[in-house]
Design a protein around this ligand. Sequence first.
Ligand SMILES: Nc1nc2c(c(=O)[nH]1)N[C@@H](CN(C=O)c1ccc(C(=O)N[C@@H](CCC(=O)O)C(=O)O)cc1)CN2
Length: 293
Amino acid sequence: MTAQILDGRATAAAIKSELATRVQALKGRGVAPGLGTLLVGDDPGSQKYVAGKHRDCAEIGIASLQRELPATATQEQVEAVVRELNEDSACTGYIVQLPLPRHIDENRVLELIDPAKDADGLHPTNLGRLVLNEPAPLPCTPNGCIRLLRQFGVELNGAHVVVVGRGVTIGRSLPLLLTRKSENATVTQCHTGTRDLAGQLRQADIVVAAAGSPHLIKPVDVRPGAAVLDVGVSRDERGKIVGDVHPGVADVAGWLSPNPGGVGPMTRAMLLFNVVAAAEAAAGTGAAASAAR
Ligand SMILES: Nc1nc2c(c(=O)[nH]1)N[C@@H](CN(C=O)c1ccc(C(=O)N[C@@H](CCC(=O)O)C(=O)O)cc1)CN2
């Protein structure tokens, strides 16, 4: 069997084209959406992701505000930029690129973001709204995973999804999205404390690998015909991406997201989606709030 490729680049391009139309409509009403980013430090991966986010904005007509601080920045300096973005009316939504340097208290920074400008859906208020089934911006990578599966007709209703990983940007919130009535999946969350990971994986209709552990998921772990999303990113000595999924899984799985080219571009598209939806909601376009769910 050769898995069908879940093409995140093509899917993201279609979403961006639809968002470009919505941005033009907003501008016609005098509303100019603007995405802010705060990057602390010089991690090459993070630099690349942030640059990609600004390229996307330019492509669909969203203004960009780029803020950068050195890796030696203090907690106070980081918080000062967050407060500045909260106040800046040209910035309608923003993100703090993660991870932050180890000496920075990441949670304190996330909690300082104005929930109305939280383009990542990672502020505790917005994560709480997600738990309560209230409208909220959805975390970008989990939402991107679901949009990608839906685009290729992978059935979520009643599916058993095994999520590997418990990080803040994916693992912790993806089960919340998957178990909503609209998705209706059953989720098992695995992590480094899971006793029999292979046994869990073999039960899955859908595997989401977000552990950041190179080639953790082997062909023998995957039930033939299952869908596999490779979300984890590690880098080899030359800086090339190595995913969580062994290449041999393509011969067993029914669907497979490539890495790069799968969930990464979807993460960026979902960020743009959140920025446009927030601008629409602020402009009083009711459809945006429900579309964000
Ligand atoms: N504040 C946030 N920080 C981080 C998030 C997040 O959602 N919010 N997620 C990840 C990184 N990330 C987004 O910021 C991200 C990851 C990957 C891509 C992407 O387009 N990847 C390309 C490959 C790019 C390359 O060659 O390196 C792909 O997969 O094709 C975009 C964004 C952690 N931090």
